[in-house]
Design a protein around this ligand. Sequence first.
Ligand code: SF4
Length: 186
Amino acid sequence: MRLLLHICCGPCSIMCIKTLRDEGIEPHGFWFNPNIHPFTEYRSRKNALTQYAKSIDLALTLQGEYGLRPFIGEVADDIDNRCVKCYDMRMMETARYAAENGFTHFTSTLFVSPYQNHEQLILSAEHAANAYGVAFLYRDFRPYFKEGQEKARELELYMQKYCGCIFSEEDRYKKKKKPAKQQLKE
Ligand code: SF4
């Protein structure tokens, strides 16, 4: 099996790579995340992954540039349901690259996160696999999420505070705003 592993960030990659290697599969990392904004955040996550990949001898392809405009172009019509388009964009590009570069399978570190819509991710990956004629390797990495986060802290890897897009960055602050009544009870 030649596996292309889409990687959303360094911390999420830790346990995905480890469990795949434990299975005897050596993944090839693939960074493609036009959903990460603003530019400084994109650069921090990309640099953290590059540094981590080097430290564990992981082959890594860095695909694409900072993608604010193409990403917004895709999701602007339906911002509240943007995650489907976001998954589709990333899975389609991963499947395309896999098919055109001799990989037999692809998967994603997004399957480690309990904060992502896991079922929708599977649908997006299956759709991309059919579109490009390459196999989708499903793994539920979620049981390893906490361990991966702890390892990332130990390694002092850059840890992000929101999902990625500028809208999720806004949500981060919105969610912190609690009704005054609730604040008084705490
Ligand atoms: S919240 Fe996360 S998954 Fe959803 S569109 Fe934004 S970056 Fe993508």
